[in-house]
Write a protein that binds this ligand. Structure first.
Ligand SMILES: [Cu+2]
Ligand SMILES: [Zn+2]
Length: 198
């Protein structure tokens, strides 16, 4: 901004205004990049709704809006591979587990970074819920990781551009044997490409 080098007062204030506008644009861009929309599909390749993955100041929020699912509780996890091949969705691999833990919130050797809370589907086949994971961020911030030491959050895209959200047949017991059974829906969480360009 060569205009900023001029010393007249009016140019200085114009320069400050241009800088503030630029800051505002930057903030907007950063916010948009922090929210990813995941389309969920069932074993027949039909849509069962969506999940918004939204990085907040202190963790990651999953905003769930689902339909056409069987009623009652279902395990809801992040799996390591960002590929959803129906009908069994085994392509998504195991639970995302960068810290080499065991499964389950109620397991003394647990839990996986990809372990999330169950969703409950209504008699109408719909589910609206918000699940917050304080231990997850989208991208690793190196400065934050150093200052927080062992308590540093796990970055969803550490070592990969994509992960999967899986919905299981049964509710998760939160114990070592999750009891969740088969995989009934899958969606790919993909890194926002715009974030890499800026
Ligand atoms: Cu799972
Ligand atoms: Zn797990």
């Amino acid at each position: 901004m060569p205009i900023c080098l001029r010393s007249s007062l009016s140019f200085i204030s114009m320069c400050a205004a241009a800088f503030l506008v630029a800051l505002g644009l930057l903030a907007q861009t950063a916010h948009a990049d922090d929210e990813l929309l995941v389309s969920m599909q069932n074993a027949d390749g039909e849509s069962v709704g969506s999940v918004k993955v939204n990085e907040l100041e202190h963790g990651t929020l999953f905003v769930i809006d689902l339909k056409n699912l069987p009623p009652n509780g279902h395990g809801f996890h992040i799996h390591e591979n960002g590929t959803c091949e129906p009908p069994d969705f085994k392509s998504a691999g195991d639970h995302y587990n960068p810290a080499n833990k065991k499964h389950g919130y109620d397991n003394e050797k647990g839990y996986h970074a990809g372990d999330l809370a169950n969703i409950v589907v209504s008699e109408q086949g719909t589910a609206q819920a918000e699940i917050f994971a304080s231990w997850l961020v989208l991208e690793q911030d190196d400065d934050a990781a150093q200052s927080q030491g062992d308590a540093s959050p796990h970055a969803l895209f550490d070592g990969s551009d994509a992960r999967a959200i899986i919905i299981h047949e049964n509710a998760d017991s939160y114990e070592a044997d999750s009891g969740t059974g088969g995989r009934i829906a899958c969606g790919v969480i993909e890194r926002n490409e715009d974030a890499n360009e800026s």
